[in-house]
Design a protein around this ligand. Sequence first.
Ligand SMILES: Nc1ncnc2c1ncn2[C@@H]1O[C@H](COP(=O)(O)OP(=O)(O)O)[C@@H](O)[C@H]1O
Ligand SMILES: [Mg+2]
Length: 289
Amino acid sequence: MNINNIEQSPFIKIEGLHYYYEAEGGEMIEALAGIDLEIRQGEYVAIIGPNGSGKTTLLKHLNALLIPSAGSVTVSGLSTADEANFPEIRRQCGMIFQNPDNQLVATTVEEDIAFGLENMALPSPEIRERVAEAMHILGLTGLEQHPPHLLSGGEKQRVAIAGVLAMRPRCLLMDEPTAMLDPAGQQEVLAAVHKLNRERNITVVHVTHFPEEAALAGRIVVMDRGAIVGDAPPKQLLSRLSMLHRLGLQGTMAAELAALLRQDGLALDGEIIHMRELSDALCALAQKT
Ligand SMILES: Nc1ncnc2c1ncn2[C@@H]1O[C@H](COP(=O)(O)OP(=O)(O)O)[C@@H](O)[C@H]1O
Ligand SMILES: [Mg+2]
């Protein structure tokens, strides 16, 4: 295989993925009902969908926390069905969960970020260097000796991300990472993740129920009842409000307000999903009249 083929092959490739949970009493619950999805290195993909649609289950397949009941998942060409691949898949794809408290394991920030590296048995100077670098990138320098449980929610999530980053991953998997944070913490975490995606070409797969977060992704995948029912760039996808509403989801505030204003007779131009676009469209209309 030449280098061009390697670059063109998707970083994550999911084919015919089914997953069943066994409920108490032995009943099988089909959480994923045939998923086909490819994600290229460097993409920022948001996954949205109603509760119980299979978002978390799908995400857990991307670092081999769950193994397909049928079909296949490969990460960087490595099949998640082969246990020998688990360490490398998990190093390449780090997971950030909703509750930062469940992810912090050590008594100082520095030790916490070093945790995964210690498990890789790297030499101490390299561990120190990687921890310092990850802390710098996430704006945590100065908090080395801080007890993690005294940090703000946004800082805790950034510590968790720094712990993943120190492993030199190619991909960040995030399951509603800002759901438990205040608005300032949400902004901190989002800004940090977008920076890693932009500047380090780290692939991001970000499950969220916030339309404004999904609007900032490069691509949005919509799930419903274990299947993918939408896959498009934010502008296209988030303007399909009736589809979102049918699923019990919402568009961004700007898109919802633009739809109301149009219903009330305002001829707003263009597809509107961001506040800036709504403001521009309203100004353009005001100048015409
Ligand atoms: N550990 C589990 N045991 C049994 N069923 C589960 C388990 N985890 C999730 N499910 C079921 O699988 C489906 C998908 O769940 P999940 O992936 O958590 O959805 P989402 O993250 O979109 O809310 C739901 O019907 C849920 O009830
Ligand atoms: Mg979930």
